[in-house]
Every structure is written in structure tokens, then in C-alpha cells.
Design a protein around this ligand. Structure first.
Ligand SMILES: [Zn+2]
Ligand SMILES: [Zn+2]
Ligand SMILES: [Zn+2]
Length: 922
């Protein structure tokens, strides 16, 4: 038997080094090395030296622990922005930062040191904290780089750098000069476990079971002159509380001035409470036949007096608008040292801000009965004692939302301490911040209302902490009279010292170096001072991070974008805004974007204890960072995002689809020289022009999505374009032309011109999302004039819809509609086993006169458009499609059926087209 001629070798089959298997886990690290070796980040910025600046300012992650999926999401989104803005033509440097000071590190170091800490100086201890922070900066830096995030990694900003510490004090000085800083006794959230004041953002609300008690306070003032019915009666004011431990600090009972109150007789006692709450309370306390003896508005009680249930002390009746009728009795137990509203009322009435609780959460020794007791333990004792004495009408427990420490998870208390504050209202700071909020572009838009509400309601900012690892507040106390000494001038002087020697100098240098010679106490004239030992709230430090902007010409202030998790409306966005408005006269950001948190596939938060925690490392070491990045692009980051094994599988599929599309194109243009063989638009086949038009349409959509930070639109548009327009249609139709036409034919070069453009365009547009894969494909793409060394040095193309005129566009739409109809008939023929492969079919079209011109015009293109062997046209009254088996025999080279097969003497196996191609090659 004679050998069958080998026609396969005459086909132009795809060839490319861009492999089907991605092997990202191995390839990505190699690529990172190459990028580092060529100083890619440096070259990108150099290229853009004269371009307009775009600044994304990095919210500094905390230098503690390894990165998790949430941190990855955040950094990848930032990288999308930086890379996209760069390719849009901006100079967009990325200066990463780290938040280095603060309690979590101090606690970790404390634990690590154990007993050793006792023999260490504060400088030695702070040095340990610094080392700890540096260690995790290195760990995290490596992990961020591994994600493909470009930036100035060798020189990040660190909040513990001397220059940064100095900048923080300079901002603080600005608040001193505007008169917004004051020192005062004020209740703050206090963690007895961590022994420190906590900021709003450091509080977590969790359900907790607390006692719920109704307590009666004997009324001292005599109401019988006004209400004779009360003469000779034992009258009490009824209060309700869930914190019995605050009762030793009770100094007042608050009434609402406008609500109606009643005095009701129950048995042989009379209780005063809000009229509207009487039915509820009567039911709750089991009052039998309460008799209302008097009714009066709350304001009539102003400044009358009750007596403390067991301490020999009066409790003043005060008026307060915040009293509600939601629960309790309408008469509110008030301890000015233990609550924000209580405090304000206390100040208004000139009461002492009395806090008989120490930093460990224990009553001070002077407290009658309970000195030395832990306040939470004292709840039960106090309740039991009052019960014995008959002061309690009812006790129970309730579960309510209660503040807890974010760090140690223990319940916190409100405790008045002497702290430094930034007044939010002095000088109209709050209003200025609210005005600034209106000028920021919030993405998503609900962020505006959220932060505005928080700003409108927030109390003064407590900026002092009684810890060691942070930037000391440069303040002093007079040794003889205790007067506080602090000012802008002093803060600026300390800033200069810190900028040279770091904040350790506060502990090592003498007071005379921080105070100008001859400084005297303003109150007593003494010149003997001591340093305070408060550090600044780390939120003031991180809120000062925009101090790194406006220093270098390529990083102007304010930033174009801040982007962090949506919890930062309360945290970093908030503190940055206040510092920006207070110290620099405006918001430090123009646009503020928030992203969601990561949940598992069931919608639960990820946690190590639930066992649903996924380390980014797990994914990267298996599928590469690229798959994580694709996930970030796939989701609507503005909402909470799910991640899990099923999603990972879908991601792998999507990635494969994208990769293989690029691979197909690369394989088919390996012999194409863009510089020499690129055809002009007018020489392209209609179908190729259509494909380029679709690409331009797609490109316009993508550029708009990038501008609007809509990365899921970028991904989904690309994915649809690849699967619907390219894979399912254009590339499929193209195969015959690419594989079987003569290598150098205009037919093939037309297809290759289009493919080259599609590849270059889609690679460039996807480079910010898939930096590794696009670079790999870019390297596999043959050279052309102006091809940059790295795709990340390229720019986004601009897109014009220049490929089709309107008429041709309409014709193409008509042909595509016709194709849809034909494909359905082919599918049916396949089901009926009339044909197998579509090349076995011949399509008969009956064309009504109205459509005949169009169909006849493109008669020669129809078979390839339908991927069948032949098409027969017939004029008819009504449109119809019929499928039959194609006549002739199967060409052994291209598998089309043709009646020509068998006619050639030299090549009886081939159709005419293939015979021509093969003869040429022979
Ligand atoms: Zn704590
Ligand atoms: Zn003094
Ligand atoms: Zn053929």
C-alpha cells in the first residue's frame, strides 16, 4: 500500500512558546526577578517623568503578622489603580507604608519578653518593639511583592521613621496653634485588661449579659407644698441601670425637661417615674393598683435632691434632653465620671467628674464597702447589698450590645481620666470636616452619609495613651503646682529633635533640650518641670500619613485616591480627614473608595477557629498570584466578597479560557511580521474589520471601566468578548483561513493583522489585572517597531471605531443574524444524524427579494461564515434554510467537501484551494 501523502505538514498549524499549562507558581517568581533586574518600576516612572501626577496614597497596614486574603484584596486593588493609571498616561508612583507603633506590637513584645522585661529600660523595650515591627515589615513586603504589586518597596514610609515622627508632631503643633488641643478629665473607653484608653475605632460591639436592676432613690426635697397628696408619704425616684458598679459614682438623676412624670402610690411607698412608662414598669415590677397622686413635667424637678441608696451623699436631679422613653423609667442614673452624656450633664451642672475606679478596673480604697473590688465582680455584691437593704425593686439580667476591646476582646468600661484631646468643635473643626466630606468623591456613594454621620456625632478625639511604643506627646507638668505646659512652639521644637534622633530622644534627653531656656510656669512661675509620659493615639499617627505627600514633587498633596476597607470610615479615613482639615486646611483625599471584607462561600467571616481560613500563600503556591488577582477583578469589591474552593475552581477555568485565547492568537501570528505585513484597513476582509471594530468597542468600554474603578466590568467585558465574540465565532470561523490558506496569502495576512491588533490590545488592557500572564504573552509576541521591553512600559491604546462604516456595519449585523439561524438548522441536522461535522453540510438558502442584494454580495463568504462546505442560494417568496449533505468528497487536507476532490491528476485527495496551496509548496 502506498504511503498516504502527508498533507498535515502543509498546514499552517499554530506555534508558540506560550504554553497551555500556565505553571504560574514557578514562572511568577522568575518574572519578579527579571523585573527587579531591569528595574522595571524605576523605568516606568522614568518614562512618565513629565506626565501629570496621579497619587494613590497607601493606607499603612499594621506591621504585625502575615498578610491574609483581606490584605491581599486591598493591595491588589491598589495595584490595579496604579498600573491602570500608569497605562492611562499618568505618573503614578506607589509609596507603600507601614503602621508601626501601637498596642498590638507592645502586647506581643511584652509576651515574648516575659520576665526579661522587668530589667529592661524603656529604650531597650522600644528597641525590641522596633525590631518586631521591622521583622513583619520584611515578611509582608515580600508577600506584597509576590502578588505582583509594583511600588517603591525598598523605601517605604514607616510611622516609626524619625522624619515621620517629626511630621506627626508638626501636625500636632498645628492643632496646638489653632487652640484645638486641651487636657481634661473626661470619660473615655477604657480597657482594664490592657490598661489603656481606647479610641472609637478600637471598640467592638458584642452581645453581653448584664444585670438589669430597678433601684429607688429616696427623695430629699419635699414636694408636699405643691402636691398635698404627697404629704407624709415616703417618696422615691425610680431608676433602672445595667451597670450597678457605676452606682458608687452616682451624683445625679436626669429627667427630660418636657416629658410628663408621675408620682404613683404603690402600697405604702410613692415612686416617681415617666408617665408614659408607668404601664410597662407597673407590669414589670408587679405594681398592684398603682394610684397616681401627682403629674408634672420633668422640668419641675430641676435641682431638687434625692439621696444615694447607701452612701451618705445627695444625688442632684438634673435635666437632660437625651433622656428617652425607650426603656427604663425616664429617670436616668447619672455618673459623670463613667459616661459621655453623664459627663456633659455633669459639666453643665458643675458636678465633680468623679471616677472612683483605677486603671485596672478596681474601686479605689476610699470607696465605701467595695474598695479594691473589680467593678464587674462588684455588680453582684452591690446588687445583693441593695437587695438586703430594700433599695431594689427588681433584679434580672439582659443581653445587650456592649463595647469590647478590639485587642483583648474583654468588655471595656467608661472611665474619666486625665487625657489629651482634640476638640472637634473648637474653631468650627467639625463643620469644616463636614464641608470637606461634601467635596470628596465617595465610592460607593453611601460612604458619604456614613462618614458624615460619624463626623457629626463623634466626641472630642482623645489622643493620649498611657503606653510606651509610640510618639510621645511633648508636654510637661510644673513640679510645684502641677500646671500643664504644652504648646505649638514646644511641639515644633520636639519635632526638630525627633527628626534628627527619633522619638527615643524624648526618654534620653534632658528637659532643657525640649524647653526654651528660661521657660517658667504660667501659674506659679516655677522653672522646674517634668516630662509627661503619654504617647499619641496611633490613629493620630496613621491619620498623619498624608504628611508624606507634598514633600516630593512626584507625590503632591492631596492624594487623588484613598482606598481601604469599609470599616475605615470610622478609622483611617476619619482620622486622616480630621488631621488634614485641622493641620492642612482640607481633605487629604479627593476620592475615597471602600472595599468589602472576605467571607467564606457560606457567607461567614473567615477565621482560624472556624477552620474556613484560607491563606493567600495556599493559593499562590498552587495557582499563582495571578489567580488571586483575577478573583479580585471578578468580584464587585464594593461589597463583601466570598472565597472558597468552588470559587477557586471557577477562577481556574476562567483563567484557562483567557490564557488559551491568547495562546491561540499567539500560535497563529508567529510567522506574522507586524512591521512588514500589517494590512491597511481597506485591504482587510470584512470579517476582520468587523473583529477590529468589536475590539475597539470593547476597548472603549474597558477604558471607561478603568476610569471609574470598575474592575469587575473590565474582567467581565473581557471574558464575554473572549468567549462570545472570539472563541464561539471569530476565531472558530478563522481557523480554516489560517490553517489552510497559503502561508503568505492576503487572506491569511488579513486575519493575522486583525489577530495581532486584538492580541496587543487585549494584553495591554489586561496588564494591570494579569501582570504576569500578559508579560509572558508579550515576551512570546514577535518584535515590532516600538515594542516596549515590558508590557508594563506600554500605554493603553486609544480606540476609534474606524474599521467599519455604518453601512458595512449594518450588513455585517444582517449576516450574523443569518448565521444564527443557519447554526440552529445545522444543530438540528446533527441531532438527526444527517451530518456530523458541520463541514459535511451544504446549506440551501431561499432568499426573499428584500434580502437578496445583501446575501448575494457576500455569497463567497457564506460557507466560511457558517463553517460548512458549500452554500446554495435560491430566490424565493419566503425565507427558508435547508441542510443537506455536501456533495463531493472530503478534501484530505482541509476536510471541506468538494466535487473537485478526485479530479486532479496530481492531487486527487485535495480540493482546488488546497491543491493550489500544495502545488505552490512543492
Ligand atoms: Zn484590652
Ligand atoms: Zn507651677
Ligand atoms: Zn482542501
Amino acid at each position: 500500500m502506498a504511503d498516504k501523502p502527508d498533507f498535515k505538514s502543509t498546514l499552517n498549524l499554530p506555534q508558540t512558546p506560550f504554553s497551555m499549562k500556565a505553571k504560574l507558581a514557578q514562572k511568577e517568581p522568575e518574572m519578579l526577578k527579571r523585573w527587579a533586574a531591569m528595574d522595571l518600576y524605576g523605568r516606568i516612572l522614568k518614562n512618565r517623568e513629565k506626565s501629570p501626577a496621579f497619587v494613590l496614597h497607601d493606607g499603612p497596614p499594621y506591621a504585625n503578622g502575615r498578610i491574609h486574603l483581606g490584605t491581599s484584596l486591598n493591595k491588589i486593588l491598589k495595584d490595579f489603580i496604579i498600573k491602570a493609571k500608569t497605562m492611562e498616561g499618568y505618573r503614578a508612583p506607589y509609596l507603600p507604608g507601614w503602621d508601626c507603633h501601637g498596642l498590638p506590637i507592645e502586647i506581643h513584645v511584652d509576651k515574648l519578653l516575659g520576665e526579661k522585661k522587668k530589667d529592661m529600660s524603656i529604650i531597650e523595650f522600644r528597641e525590641e518593639c522596633r525590631k518586631y515591627a521591622l521583622k513583619f515589615i520584611d515578611v509582608q513586603r515580600e508577600e506584597f511583592v509576590r502578588l505582583g504589586v509594583f511600588g517603591d518597596w525598598p523605601a517605604p514610609y514607616l510611622t516609626m521613621n524619625p522624619s515621620y515622627e517629626a511630621a506627626v508632631l508638626r501636625f500636632l503643633a498645628a492643632f496646638f496653634s489653632s487652640g484645638n488641643v486641651y487636657k481634661g478629665l473626661r470619660p473615655v473607653h477604657w480597657c482594664p485588661h490592657c490598661q489603656t484608653a481606647l479610641a472609637e475605632a478600637e471598640i467592638e460591639y458584642k452581645d453581653r449579659s448584664s444585670p438589669s436592676i430597678y433601684v429607688k432613690f429616696p427623695l430629699v426635697s419635699d414636694l408636699s407644698a405643691k402636691f398635698p397628696a404627697l404629704a407624709e408619704k415616703r417618696v422615691f425616684i425610680l431608676i433602672w441601670t445595667t451597670t450597678p458598679w457605676t452606682l458608687p459614682a452616682n451624683l445625679a438623676i436626669a429627667f427630660h425637661p418636657d416629658y410628663e412624670y408621675v408620682a404613683v402610690e404603690v402600697g405604702d411607698e410613692v415612686y416617681i417615674l415617666a408617665k408614659r412608662l408607668l404601664p410597662v414598669v407597673a407590669e414589670e415590677l408587679g405594681f398592684r393598683e398603682p394610684r397616681v397622686l401627682a403629674t408634672f413635667p420633668g422640668k419641675d424637678m430641676d435641682r431638687l435632691k434625692a439621696r444615694h441608696p447607701w452612701i451618705d451623699r445627695e444625688s442632684l436631679i438634673v435635666l437632660a434632653e437625651y433622656v428617652t422613653l425607650e426603656d427604663g423609667t425616664g429617670c436616668v442614673h447619672t455618673a459623670p465620671g463613667h459616661g459621655q452624656e453623664d459627663y456633659l450633664t455633669g459639666v453643665a451642672y458643675g458636678l465633680e467628674i468623679y471616677t472612683p475606679v483605677d486603671s485596672e478596673g478596681k474601686f479605689i480604697p476610699q470607696v465605701e464597702r467595695y474598695g479594691g473590688q473589680n467593678v464587674f465582680d462588684a455588680n453582684a455584691l452591690i446588687t445583693a447589698d441593695m437587695k438586703k437593704e430594700g433599695s431594689i425593686l427588681k433584679e434580672g439580667t439582659i443581653t445587650h450590645s456592649y463595647p469590647h476591646c478590639w485587642r483583648c476582646k474583654n468588655p471595656v468600661i467608661f472611665r474619666a481620666t486625665s487625657q489629651w484631646f482634640i476638640s472637634i468643635d473648637h474653631g468650627g473643626l467639625r463643620q469644616k470636616a463636614l464641608d470637606a466630606i461634601k467635596n470628596v468623591h465617595w465610592i460607593p456613594p453611601w460612604g458619604e452619609e456614613r462618614i458624615a454621620n460619624m463626623m457629626a456625632a463623634r466626641p472630642d478625639w482623645c489622643i493620649s495613651r498611657q503606653r510606651k511604643w509610640g510618639v510621645p506627646i511633648p508636654a510637661f507638668e510644673c513640679r510645684s503646682c502641677g500646671q500643664v505646659l504644652a504648646s505649638a512652639e514646644i511641639a515644633l521644637r520636639a519635632a526638630d529633635i525627633f527628626s534628627r534622633e527619633g522619638s527615643n530622644s524624648w526618654f534620653t534627653k534632658g528637659i532643657d533640650e525640649f524647653l526654651p531656656a528660661g521657660t517658667k510656669c504660667s501659674r506659679c512661675g516655677s522653672s522646674s518641670f517634668e516630662k509627661e509620659n503619654n504617647i499619641l493615639d496611633v490613629w493620630f499617627e496613621s491619620g498623619s500619613s498624608h504628611s508624606v505627600l507634598g514633600v516630593r514633587p512626584d507625590l503632591p498633596w492631596p492624594a487623588d485616591v484613598y482606598i481601604e476597607g469599609h470599616d475605615q470610615h470610622r478609622g483611617w479615613f476619619n482620622s486622616s480627614l480630621i488631621v488634614g482639615v485641622g493641620a492642612r486646611g482640607g481633605s487629604p483625599y479627593r476620592t475615597c473608595i471602600t472595599h468589602g471584607f472576605i467571607l467564606d462561600e457560606q457567607g461567614r467571616a473567615m477565621s482560624k477557629s472556624l477552620g474556613n481560613f484560607i491563606e493567600p500563600e495556599e493559593i499562590i503556591s498552587k495557582d499563582g498570584a495571578e489567580v488571586l488577582r483575577l478573583w479580585v477583578a471578578m468580584l464587585n469589591y464594593k461589597e463583601d466578597a466570598k472565597f472558597g474552593p468552588e470559587i477557586l475552581e471557577r477562577l481556574e477555568d476562567a483563567y484557562r479560557k483567557i490564557r488559551n485565547t491568547w495562546r491561540f492568537i499567539l500560535g497563529n501570528i508567529s510567522d506574522f511580521s507586524p512591521d512588514r505585513e500589517h494590512l491597511e484597513a481597506e485591504n482587510l476582509l470584512l470579517l476582520d474589520r468587523w473583529a477590529l471594530d468589536k475590539t475597539a468597542e470593547f476597548g472603549q468600554r474597558i477604558l471607561k471601566a478603568y476610569e471609574e474603578y470598575e474592575y469587575h466590568t473590565v474582567f467581565h467585558s473581557l471574558f464575554t468578548f473572549f468567549t462570545v465574540e472570539l472563541s464561539a465565532f471569530y476565531l472558530d470561523v478563522l481557523k480554516d483561513r489560517l490553517y489552510c490558506s497559503a502561508k503568505g496569502s492576503a487572506l491569511r495576512k488579513s486575519a493575522q493583522t486583525a489577530l495581532f491588533e486584538i492580541l496587543r490590545t487585549t494584553l495591554t488592557l489586561m496588564a494591570p489585572i494579569l501582570p504576569f500572564t500578559t508579560e509572558e504573552a508579550w515576551e512570546s509576541l514577535s518584535g515590532f517597531k516600538g515594542k516596549e521591553d515590558s508590557i508594563h512600559l506600554a500605554s493603553f491604546p486609544s480606540f476609534e471605531r474606524k474599521w467599519l462604516d455604518e453601512e458595512i456595519g449594518r450588513e455585517m449585523d444582517g449576516l450574523l443574524a443569518l448565521r444564527e439561524t443557519v447554526l440552529k438548522e445545522l444543530e438540528r441536522a446533527r441531532e438527526e444524524k444527517l451530518i456530523g461535522n458541520s463541514l459535511e453540510a451544504q446549506v440551501h438558502l431561499r432568499i426573499p427579494a428584500a434580502e437578496e442584494a445583501l446575501v448575494r454580495k457576500y455569497e463567497g463568504d457564506l460557507a466560511s461564515l457558517f463553517i460548512v462546505s458549500s452554500v446554495v442560494l435560491e430566490s424565493a417568496e419566503e425565507f427558508a434554510v435547508r441542510i443537506s449533505r455536501a456533495p463531493g468528497a472530503k478534501c484530505q487536507r482541509c476536510w471541506n467537501y468538494s466535487v473537485y476532490v478526485g479530479q486532479s491528476r496530481d492531487y486527487p485527495e485535495l480540493c482546488r484551494r488546497c491543491e493550489d496551496v500544495v502545488r505552490e509548496l512543492a
